[in-house]
Design a protein. Structure first.
Length: 349
């Protein structure tokens, strides 16, 4: 992954490029709400979750519950995708309506909607910015060589071998999301603090009660570990291909909105199954350019955006799903290389 630190004056000032693209998107009607689509999708998600818990109660204290743990990892991620879309005001016309949908889905998954919104909005404003994108500030990982060199202690060791540790670390992402949510809510960093406290505590109480009333302690602990671990892996695998391994933006660099969003994002090729599995995040370029665009419209927008970028000489990154993970791992391995080099050759550097 390279760093964008010296754009041309022409690139930095061509804000009208996005205005032209935006007109084309609006004329195609791609920013119109898709309420029926979301009504069906939300209903199916709720039915899947309810059906899963009915099956959970029916199976009782059995190791077969681990298959349901994997099922719930999928359902929780699909619910999180709806929360993501609500946060971007894709579902309903009003902020209040979207926030209500987001808060409910945050409660169902045990996440703070307000915490996530604050963090994700900062990411969208400065994608892959080396100082301002919170998604580049991940403790045990480094995405630039400078960040890798600054690590100390045990974290420095994880960065050395971060390409090998990346997927195992995702097993802890679910726990990290819960802990970060609770910390933000109890620190008063969200607007609806009392409501979000109640939602998080209600989720925790209902979840633990269901698990340990139905399951014996040993099976219950393993069920939670499998569910939360696989949920973290699924969430991480859905978000990681979008920007990791793409160029970063150095401090002091100025880019127009269009290039800032396109040059730092990567799309993932695939059909309807990929769209479902990644919640539409595979159209990351279009999503970053038009964050309020309903998820089902992103596929249609792609041809317009891709053609426009090609006509204007703007690099448009796209690859298959497994190749996207390859790019991520190759970048992580390259960033950790200087630390491994010093370990192998203390006199070097």
């Amino acid at each position: 992954m390279t760093s964008i630190d010296n754009p041309s004056r022409d690139q930095a000032l061509r804000g009208s490029d996005f205005a032209e693209l935006s007109r084309s998107i609006r004329q195609a009607g791609l920013l119109e709400r898709r309420r029926r689509y979301y009504a069906v999708r939300i209903t199916l998600n709720i039915l899947a979750m309810a059906g899963g818990w009915v099956a959970f109660a029916y199976l009782g204290d059995s190791w077969w519950q681990l298959f349901l743990a994997a099922f719930f990892a999928v359902v929780f991620t699909q619910l999180a995708f709806i929360g993501h879309d609500a946060g971007h005001k894709q579902i309903l016309r009003t902020r209040r309506g979207n926030d209500a949908v987001g808060l409910v889905h945050g409660g169902l998954t045990g996440l703070s909607y307000g915490w996530w919104i604050n963090k994700h909005n900062r990411h969208h404003a400065n994608p892959n910015h080396e100082d301002e994108d919170p998604d580049l500030d991940i403790g045990p990982l480094a995405f630039t060589v400078a960040d890798a060199r600054a690590k100390r202690g045990f974290v420095r060791w994880t960065v050395k071998y971060q390409a090998f540790l990346f997927f195992p670390l995702l097993l802890l992402e679910g726990l990290n999301l819960h802990v970060s949510s609770a910390q933000a809510v109890w620190a008063g960093e969200v607007k609806a603090r009392r409501l979000e406290k109640a939602l998080l505590l209600g989720h925790l109480a209902a979840y633990l009660t269901a698990v340990f009333v139905v399951l014996s302690p040993g099976v219950g602990v393993v069920f939670i570990a499998v569910h939360q671990g696989l949920w973290g892996v699924y969430m991480g695998c859905s978000f990681a291909p979008n920007h990791k391994g793409m160029p970063t933006i150095a401090a002091g660099t100025t880019l127009d909105f269009l290039r800032k969003q396109v040059l730092t994002s990567r799309n993932v090729r695939g059909g309807r199954l990929t769209d479902f599995a990644l919640g539409g995040l595979n159209y990351q370029i279009e999503h970053h350019l038009f964050p309020s665009m309903p998820q089902p419209n992103l596929r249609r927008a792609q041809s317009i955006v891709r053609e426009y970028c090609g006509r204007n000489g703007i690099s448009y990154a796209e690859c298959g799903l497994f190749r996207s993970y390859g790019h991520v791992l190759e970048h992580l391995h390259a960033v950790g290389a200087p630390l491994r080099g010093r370990e192998l050759s203390p006199a070097a550097g």
